[in-house]
Design a protein around this ligand. Structure first.
Ligand code: NAD
Ligand code: DAU
Length: 359
């Protein structure tokens, strides 16, 4: 049976990787990508499928109920995967409003549009339908060095405007299942990295700054810890949750790669030293600069992904060292993509965020 799927936010980093991965796994699918095309989006991420008659990009807001109702009625999706969000913590500190609009109100309107559509389906279609909400480990707050990793039952304790808005959206999704019976699943994933990531996030920012001969800004003491997951592994996990996950459940997805930020930055420098050595023979590590800390910076995140492993049989394929090598190589191999995303908007962001962060 041909699958019809609506992906929101599919022109961003994870959404674009997901659509490409989905077509590899399900070449006969019809995929509609609803994306507002904010600064974080790049339709060229999906250039390779632009001419595929089974792929349709629609520019629009998940909060636009008229547009979303039209799309749902026209394409009759059996699956909705909601990636659409404002996703950068530092931007949420500078300007939280857009995060509330999209992550909270946008999710609310999307749930309402989905519920109306779902009610119009036959009983068997209603049972088969899935709404998968893509969320983050940041909703669980910050860990001390000896705390156990987050499980699906860890209490929510979001600390940034971004994580608070994602936590709110998770609660809405849960409530739409509990109250209205909407068949939802939620995934809470750790830090992703890989091809197509907008260079405001740590890993691509460090790669590109290094190649440009710029400072490599490390916030605070550099000892904040994140768990890193290669984006292709996140995509396979989402496919697994769609095919085998239980309605109403949440699933933590992680890479079992806990690393301090300074370790991550040093590993990137080592790879660049090998793959694109500096002209003067010195290491890129010379460019590391400690800068003022992020406000409210969460100290440590760690994911316990046992539920994904035990109940759904999913495991990540990449280690951090194999995934990081592929990622660095991708940025070296794609200078056209890199130049396109480094627009005036991006330069303004660098000036605003890093201009304030003195060494
Ligand atoms: P991203 O910022 O790269 O992409 C977000 C996409 O959503 C963009 O294409 C943007 O145009 C679109 N969008 C924003 N507002 C919209 C709206 N109102 N209507 C329609 N489209 C809209 O984000 P990402 O890193 O790909 O993250 C995708 C999702 O995964 C987010 O929900 C994020 O919270 C979650 N997540 C991200 C990570 C990570 O490490 N990047 C980890 C865990 C979870
Ligand atoms: O944990 C999942 C989350 O991971 C996702 O929900 C978010 O959408 C995603 O942006 C990411 O959030 P982080 O804040 O952890 O990612 P970021 O790449 O911004 O930062 C990673 C770590 O590196 C964090 O501790 C802050 C630090 N950092 C970041 C930047 C941009 C620096 O030290 N220097 C920097 O310039």
């Amino acid at each position: 049976m041909i699958k019809r799927i609506l992906v929101t936010g599919g022109a961003g980093f994870i959404g674009a990787n997901f659509i490409l991965d989905w077509f590899m796994a399900n070449p006969d699918s019809v995929v509609v990508n609803l994306d507002k095309l904010t600064y974080a989006a790049n339709p060229n991420n999906l250039k390779s499928i632009h001419n595929n008659p089974r792929y349709q990009l629609v520019r629009g807001d998940i909060g636009d109920r008229v547009l979303v109702a039209e799309l749902l009625n026209k394409y009759q999706p059996q699956i909705i995967v909601n990636f659409a969000a404002e996703s950068h913590v530092d931007r949420s500190i500078h300007g939280p409003e857009a995060f509330m609009q999209t992550n909270v109100m946008g999710t609310f309107y999307l749930l309402e549009s989905t519920r109306q559509y779902w009610l119009s389906l036959s009983a068997s279609e209603q049972i088969a339908f899935r709404f998968l909400h893509v969320s983050t480990d940041e909703v669980y707050g910050s860990l001390t060095p000896n705390d156990p990793a987050f499980t699906e039952t860890t209490a929510y304790a979001p600390n940034s405007p971004y994580s608070a808005s994602k936590a709110a959206s998770d609660h809405l999704v849960r409530a739409w299942h509990h109250t209205y019976g909407l068949p939802v699943v939620t995934t809470n994933c750790s830090n992703n990295y890989g091809a197509l990531q907008f260079p405001e996030k740590l890993i691509p920012l460090i790669i590109l700054n290094a190649l440009d001969g710029k400072a490599l800004p490390v916030y605070g003491d550099g000892l904040n810890v994140r768990d890193w997951l290669y984006v292709a592994d996140h995509c396979s996990a989402i496919r697994r949750v769609l095919s085998h996950g239980q309605i109403g459940q949440t699933y933590n997805i992680g890479g079992a790669n806990e690393l301090s930020n300074i370790d991550v930055v040093r590993q990137i420098c080592q790879l660049l030293d090998e793959l694109r050595p500096r002209g003067d023979g010195l290491s890129y590590a010379q460019q590391i600069t400690f800068v003022a800390d992020r406000l409210g910076h969460d100290r440590r995140y760690a994911i316990n992904a046992e539920k994904m492993v035990d109940e759904l049989g999913w495991r990540p394929e990449e280690t951090f060292s194999t995934g990081l090598r592929k990622t660095v190589q991708w940025y070296l191999d794609n200078p056209v993509w890199v130049n396109e995303v480094r627009s005036g908007d991006y330069r303004q962001w660098l000036t605003m965020n890093y201009g304030e962060k003195k060494e």
